[in-house]
Design a binder for this molecule. Structure first.
Ligand code: 87F
Length: 552
């Protein structure tokens, strides 16, 4: 088979993204390119180019780059930090959209679209909150060759775009609640190393912006939305997350309080903010003049919330579930749930196999299962297996001559490799139950792994060693901002030793931050209640809350 017939896209050195190329190469570049080409002459090497190519535990960042490009989820682009979301990843975003959009509509939220561009004046209405973010704002300064009379910003988030309109729309308590959402792209000019899905300069999200007459209504919605975010991760992506509140230091500075769901990547021991739901209090309504007349004809400021979920979801799911063969997709979001591969044999009429395989696909489709027939004749079954494993399809169904004789087909699960012969009559029920089983067991496996990565730490001396074991830490904490600042500084200084490891994406350095104060700590671990005697693990003040700390 020639190079061009490889079943999947392969990444050559030239295609390696700039941010990867800038990393000090372990082997001189020219030598490595030649090696890759030479090796690819053997069958094994060509196969390797169609898997992750490198172990997930061997070099996590190279593994990730290979998996997302070779599975055709992402392609690189000539602007650093911007990526093409190909159909294989975009359709996962569509699944997330469809679930979340349906659920927020049940809560009375409506979709709308606000402009991409924001004037400098509007953006600065809210100077205090924008201050820290200012370096990340991208500006349009020209049209053609002429300078614009005033620079115009590209939305990094839409508070300053939406709230001037809210001021006009909200006059009376009868105009409340106002609940709008938009599915859009935003641009934030990140300076840290970009990582596709997790930290890109342009990303897709939904941003919900709601206004209420009372704080009680706002408080209630904050947690309703947080619960929906948790369901996106756990029910769709099979990724466990912890619900909690952000500390004063980590909350959205413009708001009253921030609720969050926190995910965890076992391979590098890093926590990741999975989504946030903020109660903005009356801070923004004060700044934007969003006032209404209440039932007693008295003026009052609206209570506001905002909440966002991004395409980061997809990156977290890939990192949590992927393995050395490539992606492992949870059935609920897999673009193809079952791939059917006919096993052609020399002395067997391939038309009979094709007919049977096609029939299997049609039956699966009729039952509402996303099924695909791989009847390409220029690849052998082994190449097809490698291809679909790389793309993470949950179930492969093989149809061979012997199976026809026995009126069975062979099921093979992507998540655990288990094979099972299934009677044709049971095709649909087994396909459905197997997809359900995969979904459940992927979440179970990931939850077990996450739970095993939580250390209970009650004294500082155990803190860095636990982080170095790639753990996150549940600690009794005083909830004092100065203490968090000190923890950040001290953990950074004490972890500098492990710098070399950072090279391979197992970055065991860096400051620890508070991730969240879990809403239901008992769901994570059976910890003793905090009493007046309980000390903060870091400063010896009295502890207030069990808090999750980790590197991010
Ligand atoms: C970057 C540049 C300018 C985050 C920024 O979380 C402004 C900002 O306001 C900024 N990065 N933020 C906070 C966004 C808060 C909030 N907005 C609505 C959300 C969810 C959706």
């Amino acid at each position: 088979m020639s190079e061009s017939q490889q079943p999947t896209t392969t990444t050559t050195q030239q295609q390696v993204p700039k941010e990867k190329r800038e990393k000090a190469p372990k082997v001189p570049k020219e030598k490595k390119e030649k090696e890759v080409k030479d090796q690819a002459k053997t069958k094994e090497a060509r196969d390797k180019l169609n898997t992750a190519g490198v172990g997930k535990e061997e070099d996590f960042s190279e593994w990730y780059t290979n998996v997302i490009t070779r599975s055709e989820m992402i392609d690189y682009y000539d602007i650093s930090g911007c990526y093409i979301l190909r159909p294989w990843s975009y359709s996962i975003w569509e699944q997330i959209q469809s679930f979340f959009d349906g659920e927020i509509k049940k809560l009375g939220v409506q979709n709308a679209y606000f402009p991409l561009l924001v004037s400098e004046k509007a953006l600065n209405t809210e100077e205090d909150h924008i201050e820290g973010f200012a370096p990340e704002v991208a500006w349009v300064t020209k049209s053609g060759k002429s300078n614009l009379s005033e620079p115009i910003a590209i939305r990094p988030t839409s508070e300053t775009i939406m709230y001037p309109a809210y001021k006009n729309w909200i006059r009376s308590h009868r105009d409340l609640p106002l609940k709008l959402n938009q599915w859009v792209n935003v641009v934030r000019w990140e300076f840290k190393r970009p990582v596709p899905f997790l930290r890109s300069r342009e990303f897709l999200w939904q941003e919900g912006h709601t206004a209420f007459a009372t704080k009680e209504e706002a408080d209630k919605e904050v947690l309703q939305i947080l619960r929906l975010y948790k369901r996106v991760y756990e029910e769709l992506l099979a990724v466990p997350v912890v619900e909690g509140l952000k500390s004063e230091k980590e909350k959205f500075a413009g708001g009253l309080y921030t609720s969050t769901i926190e995910g965890f990547i076992p391979t590098n021991g890093r926590a990741i903010q999975a989504a946030t739901s903020h109660c903005l209090g009356q801070n923004f309504s004060k700044m934007f003049g969003i006032e209404f007349e209440d039932e007693n004809n008295a003026k009052a400021l609206a209570w506001q919330n905002s909440w966002g979920l991004t395409t980061r979801t997809i990156g977290v799911m890939i990192m949590v579930h992927g393995d050395d063969k490539g992606l492992v997709l949870p059935p609920r979001i897999a673009p193809i749930q079952v791939v059917v591969v006919p096993l052609y044999f020399k002395d067997f009429d391939s038309a009979i196999l094709d007919k049977k395989a096609d029939e299997v696909v049609q039956r699966l489709k009729e039952a509402g299962i996303r099924a695909h027939l791989d009847n390409r004749t220029n690849y052998n079954p082994r190449q097809k297996y490698i291809h679909w494993e790389l793309k993470g399809v949950p179930i492969r169904v093989e149809v061979g001559p012997k199976d026809l004789e026995k009126d069975v087909v062979m099921f093979c699960r992507r998540d655990n490799g288990v094979k099972e012969s299934v009677a044709n009559a049971d095709l649909i029920t087994t396909a459905k139950s197997t997809l359900d089983n995969i979904q459940v067991s992927m979440l179970e496996r990931a939850t077990k792994q996450r739970n095993e990565s939580i250390s209970i730490v009650t004294q500082w001396s155990d803190f860095i060693p636990s982080l170095d074991k790639r753990h996150i830490c549940l600690v009794p904490w005083c909830d004092v901002p100065d203490c968090e600042e000190a923890i950040k500084k001290r953990s950074n200084e004490e972890s500098l030793k492990q710098k070399e490891e950072a090279e391979k994406g197992f970055c065991l350095t860096g400051a620890a931050k508070s991730l969240c104060i879990p809403l239901k700590v008992e769901e994570l671990r059976d910890v003793p209640a905090i009493t007046n005697e309980t000390r903060c693990f870091a400063c010896e003040r009295s502890a207030k809350k069990w808090t999750l700390y980790g590197r991010i």
